[in-house]
Design a protein around this ligand. Structure first.
Ligand code: APR
Ligand code: PHB
Length: 395
C-alpha cells in the first residue's frame, strides 16, 4: 500500500473511534490516514462492548456499515434489574418515546468498518506504531511512527488521537492546559463467553451481596456474562463449574428461573475506571473515544461515547471542507464534554448502585436496595435510567 507523507487528517488508532472517523471523513471527501499499532486480527478479536445506541446504529447505517448489523444484531426493548431475589424490567420505548438498543459486539463493528475501508476507503496501516505527535500548536503537526521496521513521519493538517487510554496522543496536549479526572474502582469485571443460549431474552443486571453479575449475549447461541471480582483476579483460577456456580448464586431470584450452563470459550479480567482528560483538543490535535475518556462498562457507554465524539468531529471537518469554517472544530471539546460527563455520571451511578464495594457496610447496601426499589416503583426514576441507557440524541 502506498503510504502518503502528508494527509489532511492523521488518525492514530484503528479501533472503533478511528475506523468510524476514517469512514465518515472518506464519505465527506476529507483525506485521512489511519495508523494502527496492532495487527488486523487483534483489532477484530478484542472482546469489548456489545450494546449500540440508536445514534451509533444510525451513523453505522449512514456510513454504509449497517448491512450485517441489520441482519445479525439483536434488537432489545429493555433490560432486567435483579436485587434481593426480586426482578424488575425497564422498558425503553415506553419510557423514552420509542428508543431501543442493539446487541452487536464491538468486534463485529470493527470487522465491518475494516472490510469497508480496505475495499473503498482511506489508507489503513496495521502494525504502524505511533511514537509521538509533535507540533500541535503549529499548522502542520507531525506524526512519528514505525512501520515495517522503518521510522517514518506523516505531516498532517490535523491529527486525531483515537489511540485509546494507553495511547500517545493525549501527551500532545501540554500539561499546563490539561486537566484529568479519575476514579479507579476497587474491583474488576471477569468476562466470559459461553457456547450456550442466553437464559434471558434481554440483559440482566444483578446486584447481590456476593457482588455484581451481568448476563449479556452475542447471538441466540452464545452468552456473554460478567462477574464482579477483586482486582488482580487470575481467570486461570476459575473452573467453568466455579464460574457457573457463582453466577447462579448472584442471579438468584424467586419464581423458578434457571441459568443454562455450557462450555466457556473465553475468559478475561478487565479493571474498571472512570477517567476524563480535558480539553479534548489543543491546537490542531483532537482526542476522541477512550483516548479522552473511560467509563466503567456498567452503563454500556464506552463504544457509544466514542461514536458520538466522532460524529461531532466528522461534522466539523465537513464544515471546514464545505464552508471553510473552523467553528465546529473550535467547539468540539466543549460540545463533546457535555455528553461525556453525562455518560460518566450515569456509568458511575450504575456501577455504584449495582456493585458491592469491598469496603461498604450494611448501611450502603440498604441505600443501594432503596435506590433499586425506587426505580421499580417510580416511572420517573425508571425513565431517568432508560433515557441514559438507551442514549440521548446527539446535539
Ligand atoms: N499507535 C497506533 N495505534 C495505537 C497506539 C499507537 N501509539 N496506541 C494505541 N493504538 C491503537 C490500539 O491498538 C487500539 O486498536 O488504538 C486503538 C484504540 O482503540 P480502543 O482502545 O478500542 O479505543 P476507541 O477506538 O476509542 O474505542 C472505545 O473500545 O476499549 C473499548 O470500551 C472501549 O468500547 C470502548 C471502545
Ligand atoms: C456486553 O455485552 O459486552 C456488555 C453489555 C452491557 C454492558 C457491558 C457489556 O453494560
Amino acid at each position: 500500500m502506498h503510504t502518503p507523507n502528508h494527509t489532511t487528517v492523521g488518525i492514530i488508532g484503528g479501533g472503533p473511534a478511528g475506523l468510524l472517523l476514517a469512514r465518515l471523513l472518506h464519505r465527506s471527501g476529507v483525506e485521512c490516514v489511519v495508523l494502527e499499532s496492532r495487527d488486523r486480527d487483534y483489532v477484530e478479536q478484542r472482546q469489548r462492548a456489545g450494546i449500540l445506541e440508536q445514534s451509533t446504529v444510525d451513523v453505522l447505517r449512514s456510513s454504509g456499515a449497517g448491512e450485517r448489523l441489520d441482519r445479525e444484531a439483536l434488537v432489545h426493548d429493555g433490560i432486567e434489574l435483579r436485587w434481593d431475589r426480586r426482578s424488575h424490567r425497564i422498558d425503553f420505548p415506553s419510557l423514552t418515546g420509542g428508543r431501543r438498543v442493539w446487541v452487536y459486539a464491538q468486534t463485529e463493528v470493527c470487522k465491518d468498518l475494516i472490510a469497508l475501508q480496505l475495499e473503498d476507503g482511506a489508507p489503513l496501516l496495521f502494525e504502524a506504531h505511533v511514537r509521538a505527535v509533535e507540533g500541535a500548536d503549529t499548522d502542520r503537526p507531525v506524526v512519528h511512527y514505525t512501520h515495517e521496521g522503518q521510522d517514518r513521519t506523516l505531516t498532517c493538517d490535523y491529527v486525531v488521537g483515537c489511540d485509546g487510554f494507553h495511547g500517545v496522543t493525549r501527551d500532545a496536549v501540554p500539561e499546563r492546559v490539561r486537566r484529568t479526572y479519575e476514579r479507579v474502582y476497587p474491583y474488576s469485571w471477569f468476562g466470559v463467553l459461553a457456547d450456550v443460549p442466553p437464559s434471558s431474552d434481554e440483559l440482566v443486571y444483578a446486584h447481590s451481596p456476593r457482588g455484581f453479575a451481568l448476563l449479556s449475549m452475542r447471538s441466540p447461541t452464545v452468552s456473554r456474562l460478567y462477574l464482579q471480582v477483586p482486582n488482580g483476579t487470575d481467570p486461570a483460577g476459575w473452573t467453568d463449574e466455579r464460574i457457573w456456580d457463582e453466577l447462579d448464586a448472584r442471579f438468584a431470584v424467586d419464581g423458578g428461573w434457571t441459568l443454562k450452563r455450557g462450555p466457556i470459550t473465553s475468559k478475561g479480567v478487565l479493571p474498571m475506571r472512570s477517567f476524563v482528560s480535558e480539553p479534548m483538543s489543543h491546537g490542531r490535535v483532537f482526542l476522541a473515544g477512550d483516548a479522552a475518556h473511560i467509563v466503567p462498562p456498567t452503563g454500556a457507554k464506552g463504544l457509544n461515547l466514542a461514536a458520538a465524539d466522532v460524529i461531532v468531529l466528522a461534522r466539523a471537518f465537513a464544515e471546514l471542507k464545505e464552508a471553510g469554517s473552523t467553528a465546529g472544530l473550535e467547539a468540539y471539546s466543549a460540545t463533546c464534554l457535555r455528553r461525556v460527563w453525562r455518560a460518566e455520571h450515569f456509568s458511575s451511578f450504575m456501577t455504584g448502585t449495582l456493585h458491592t464495594d469491598p469496603a461498604q457496610g450494611p448501611f450502603e447496601t440498604r441505600l443501594q436496595i432503596s435506590q433499586l426499589d425506587r426505580i421499580a416503583a417510580s416511572p420517573h426514576a425508571a425513565a431517568e435510567l432508560a433515557e441514559n441507557y438507551a442514549g440521548l440524541p446527539i446535539g
